[in-house]
Design a protein around this ligand. Structure first.
Ligand code: ZN
Ligand code: ZN
Length: 204
């Protein structure tokens, strides 16, 4: 099966996902506070978030990801004191990927904002369900849920296997020698984060 080739809105950054059947990743819709805050951070909440505050995403081993252009243009930000880094195009605000802040923890989750619904379904199959619905908007009591412990277990297993096999070294977001992020992460101030939370609560 062909992979999925994506380009950010301004055209500066292009990447593709090499995925075959059986697929190595899991597709899910995340309604968490941080994904919503990030959509506001990049100024794209209106087109990134679905009406229920969700983001369609795909979690997979980082080695399945290739950049065809603009890798040097990527920017990244920490939205919280935790280790998650959110990568995006500074030119147009298109979200590209979420990773940890070190290549040793080989985890990548791709918000699928740059793909059409048809491309997502064709290349990655249907979504497995929703996570963090308590942060979502509207009535989400009837949607299918993905178990968060099961997802975390799967992620931990992947991180461990990538570490043991050496596959963690094939990660485009980190310098091969040092394992440091290829762009210096920005950390939001408390005030900047509060402003994003205010926008998330306002739902606009
Ligand atoms: Zn761009
Ligand atoms: Zn999220």
């Amino acid at each position: 099966m062909a992979g999925l080739s994506l380009t950010c809105t301004c055209g500066d950054i292009s990447w593709s996902l090499v995925e075959t059947v059986p697929r190595s990743g899991i597709r899910y819709i995340c309604h968490c506070n941080d994904c919503q805050a990030f959509a506001h951070f990049v100024g794209r909440a209106a087109d990134i978030l679905d009406p229920q505050g969700g983001v369609d995403a795909y979690q997979l081993p980082a080695s399945r990801l290739r950049f065809t252009s603009g890798l040097d243009k990527l920017a990244c930000v920490h939205l919280t004191p935790r280790r998650l880094l959110r990568w995006y195009c500074p030119g147009c605000g298109t979200p590209v990927a979420n990773t940890y802040d070190t290549s040793k923890l080989s985890f990548v989750s791709l918000p699928l904002c740059a793909a059409t619904a048809q491309q997502r379904d064709r290349s990655l199959g249907p979504s497995s369900g929703h996570v963090w619905t308590k942060f979502g908007r509207g009535d989400l009591s009837h949607v299918e849920l993905v178990s968060i412990p099961a997802m975390l277990w799967r992620m931990a297993f992947r991180i461990m296997s990538a570490r043991l096999s050496g596959d963690y070294k094939n990660n485009p977001f980190f310098e091969p020698g040092t394992g440091e992020p290829i762009a210096a992460p920005r950390r939001l101030t408390q005030a900047e984060r509060s402003e994003l939370d205010r926008k998330v609560l306002a739902g606009a």
